[in-house]
Design a protein around this ligand. Structure first.
Ligand code: AP5
Length: 222
């Protein structure tokens, strides 16, 4: 399925499954995947100036300053592969960021809020394992890789635990989410663009709900 020009925002608390669902969505719709968390981690690994600044905030569970994130997103969405459409995973996370998107003329089609019972989020995050090569995430219980150690996509790469995936940092991220990102959901609700998706339940079931919320027919029902 190829969709031209669709622009979807993924909203939701840390661990809700934004990245997991974004990956499935871009594979199905053949549009670009833009994850600000992943872009920031790609700056942190080689120790760029942006990466050094970002890591100060990420490791404390705080949001990176708006001006840093807005600049990297503006650069990214101007690339050719975004013409066919894109999913923004983890951006905007503040109303200032949402307004910046409007100011550069991005017309958002849907803001999908993945909603998950809060007590499940910590378990999802502390059990997450991430491939440092392709960025694919796994879960020790809910979505395990074949041998429990290596990424099934990049077969010889060992999975890692993100530095900010400890319980204490997750709780800080949740406080940031409620203070700064919940108002973003309201921002899109007031524009008639918010689609709330129940993120409780198996990954494939949530994906079906997401597709339907965006106006597509879920494959299992086709
Ligand atoms: P980011 O990487 O975006 O982290 P996050 O928003 O906290 O979200 P997560 O990646 O933790 O969770 P997710 O919802 O993507 O869940 P996932 O699919 O992995 O950002 C990291 C940091 O960068 C931020 O804290 C901030 O500091 C900074 N940052 C990023 N963007 C920013 C911005 N715009 N402005 C300022 N700062 C910014 O799933 C989690 C786990 O659950 C996985 O193991 C997965 O396998 C499992 N799982 C997924 N779905 C299900 C399911 N349905 N059932 C069971 N398990 C599931």
């Amino acid at each position: 399925m190829t969709v031209t020009g669709l622009r979807v925002i993924m909203l939701g608390p840390p661990g809700a499954g934004k990245g997991t669902q974004a990956l499935r969505l871009v594979e199905k719709l053949k549009i670009a995947n833009i994850s600000t968390g992943e872009m920031l981690r790609n700056e942190i690994r080689p120790g760029t100036a942006i990466g050094r600044k970002a890591s100060e905030f990420i490791e404390k569970g705080l949001l990176v300053p708006d001006e840093v994130v807005v600049q990297i997103v503006r650069d990214r969405i101007s690339r050719d592969d975004c013409r066919a459409g894109y999913v923004l995973d983890g951006f905007p996370r503040t109303v200032v960021q949402a307004e910046a998107l409007d100011q550069v003329g991005v017309e958002v089609n849907h803001a999908a809020l993945i909603s998950v019972d809060e007590e499940k989020l910590v378990r999802r995050i502390t059990g997450r394992r991430t491939c440092p090569s392709c960025g694919r995430v796994w879960h020790v219980d809910f979505d395990p890789c074949a041998d429990g150690v290596h990424c099934d996509v990049c077969t010889d790469v060992e999975l890692i635990i993100r530095k900010d995936d400890c319980e204490e940092t997750v709780r800080r991220r949740l406080v940031e989410y409620h203070a700064k990102t919940v108002p973003v959901a309201e921002y899109y609700r007031s524009k008639g663009l918010l689609r709330v998706v129940d993120g409780n339940g198996p990954i494939d079931v949530v994906f079906c709900r997401l597709l339907e919320a965006l106006g597509f027919v879920c494959e299992s029902e086709e």
